[in-house]
Design a protein around this ligand. Structure first.
Ligand code: NI
Length: 177
């Protein structure tokens, strides 16, 4: 008998302005391991389906400090699970890059951030890592870590630009039903 691929129920992604997206998360503790092991495959499934290159716990309704990233450059999967991530160093050099967000579907804006960062995080086994990132990966890591502090990419824009995007999003979501 042909074996069917195991079906993983993708996690539902919350859309702005959902209040959970604005909450600061609490650090992941050892007793959260079971929650993470249950949720992470469903988060990866949701991210790959979307498709997107990053997803943070608040976007699936959880106020825990972890996120996933996968740039899947050249169609090769390279998942990184970031537990309790922190930016511990950033370059003075800034770079502008267009950003979007699975919680603000269809909305994009050029955002200026440090071009390079060093991020410290733990993996699922509790091992500590430091990652030096530049370019798209640096942007993506900063964007996801922002989510863990209740910050959305539009918060880096002027209030005027942010309001235009939020109104457009609300209108498009309403039209979608
Ligand atoms: Ni996002």
């Amino acid at each position: 008998m042909p074996s069917a691929a195991p079906s993983i129920q993708p996690a539902a992604i919350l859309i702005a302005p959902h209040p959970i997206l604005r909450r600061k998360t609490r650090p992941v503790r050892p007793e959260d391991a079971a929650t993470l092991r249950e949720l992470l495959p469903r988060m990866y499934e949701a991210m790959y389906l979307a498709p997107g290159i990053g997803l943070a716990a608040p976007q699936v309704g959880l106020d825990l400090r972890f996120a996933i990233v996968d740039l899947h450059e050249n169609d090769i999967r390279a998942p990184i699970t970031l537990i309790n991530p922190e930016v511990i160093r950033e370059s003075d050099q800034r770079a502008a890059r267009e950003e979007g967000c699975l919680s603000l579907p269809g909305q994009y804006a050029e955002i200026v951030r440090p071009e390079s960062v060093r991020v410290r995080y733990h993996d699922l086994d509790g091992k500590r890592h430091e990652l030096d990132a530049t370019g798209l990966l640096a942007t993506c890591l900063q964007h996801e870590i922002d989510h863990l502090d209740g910050v959305l990419f539009v918060d880096h824009l002027s209030a005027l630009k942010r309001n235009i995007i939020m109104r457009k999003l609300a209108k498009e979501q309403k039209a979608k039903g």
